[in-house]
Design a protein around this ligand. Structure first.
Ligand SMILES: [Zn+2]
Length: 243
């Protein structure tokens, strides 16, 4: 139902000569893996650009060598270590005020520098905070650290740098720990398209390392519906931010 409703909505947009922009962010890459290969071949088959949020601390040449042959992939900085420093029951957070500000900013500076060296042409100076959480005091520091963009989850809010968020998370983190049902996800995409408070680009959030069959199947279905649809434009984060 939702899939059909989304298709109908897109067909209507196409008839009016309108189009929506979508972008794809996938988190937690450190190493080349079969799951990463699967994501890269799936996105390449549909010509969908991909922003891969890479965890700097443990990553190195093997991932960079794999991504060198992935022309549609760009790299963003996923914190430094993806360790949580918040005290339970607070939600997990690497980029909070649990540590001195200069400790956190030092790690972020190191992460940007390390990924810039590994990916001289593919790095986008975008920070993707682990768990999509970051203290406002740290956001204020990002331009001085060399970041030009921030990406978290939900509707974009004003910040001292460009913000390009994700809006539809395909994983069910609190329930099955697998992919959410495809019908629910198509409904979420449609809600963003149809809502009055439109976003600059609908961001789809994936985590290739933990996808189950349902998550992969939804991505296949989403790309099959949208990648060649005249009312959809899958864009890279850098192309959207350059506008
Ligand atoms: Zn993450």
């Amino acid at each position: 139902m939702s899939r059909n409703a989304l298709e109908t909505h897109l067909d209507g947009l196409a008839q009016k000569g309108r189009a929506v922009t979508l972008w794809l962010r996938d988190d937690d890459a450190v190493l080349p893996t079969p799951a990463l290969d699967r994501l890269l071949s799936l996105t390449e088959a549909h010509a969908v650009p991909l922003t891969l949020a890479v965890i700097p601390e443990e990553t190195g040449a093997p991932l960079a060598e794999r991504l060198a042959s992935a022309p549609l992939a760009s790299v963003a900085v996923h914190g430094w270590s993806h360790r949580s420093y918040s005290a339970p029951p607070a939600k997990k957070q690497e980029l909070g005020l649990d540590r001195p500000l200069e400790t956190v900013t030092g790690e972020l500076r190191a992460g940007l520098q390390k990924l810039r060296q590994l990916y001289p042409t593919q790095l986008l100076p975008m920070l993707v905070p682990p768990w999509n959480r970051i203290a406002p005091e740290i956001v204020e520091q990002l331009p001085a650290l060399g970041f030009t963009a921030l990406s978290v989850f939900g509707r974009e809010k004003p910040a001292p740098l460009a913000v390009l968020n994700t809006h539809v998370d395909i994983m069910d983190w609190h329930g099955t720990h697998g992919g959410k049902p495809a019908e629910a996800l198509f409904g979420e995409v449609l809600d963003y398209l149809a809502s009055e408070k439109s976003v600059p680009a609908i961001g789809i959030l994936t985590h290739h390392l933990v996808h189950d069959a349902g998550a992969w199947d939804f991505l296949e279905q989403l790309f099959a519906l949208t990648a060649r649809h005249p009312a959809c434009c899958w864009a890279s984060a850098s192309d959207i931010l350059a506008v």
